[in-house]
Design a protein. Structure first.
Length: 77
C-alpha cells in the first residue's frame, strides 16, 4: 500500500518536473553549465592559432581554460 502511494507521488513529481522544464524552454531558458568561452573568445582563439608560433596550450592558458576545453569550443563553433 505504501509502495503504491510512493509510486503515485513519484509520478506526480515527474509530471511537474516535465511541465516546468517545458515552460522554461518556452521562455528561452536552457539547462546545463554555461560555456567557459563565448563566441568572441572563440574567434580570438582561432585568430591567435593562425600564428604558427602560438600553440594551443598557450591559447588555452591565455583564456584560462584547459586544452580539451579549448578543443571542444573550437570544434563546436
Amino acid at each position: 500500500m505504501i509502495g503504491a502511494i510512493a509510486q503515485f507521488e513519484r509520478r506526480l513529481i515527474s509530471e511537474r518536473t516535465k511541465v516546468g522544464l517545458a515552460a522554461a524552454r518556452a521562455r528561452g531558458r536552457r539547462g546545463g553549465r554555461k560555456s567557459k568561452m563565448n563566441d568572441s573568445d572563440i574567434r580570438k582563439a582561432k585568430a591567435m592559432l593562425l600564428d604558427p608560433m602560438v600553440t594551443k596550450t598557450e591559447v588555452a592558458e591565455h583564456f584560462g581554460v584547459s586544452r580539451p576545453t579549448l578543443n571542444k569550443a573550437l570544434s563546436h563553433k
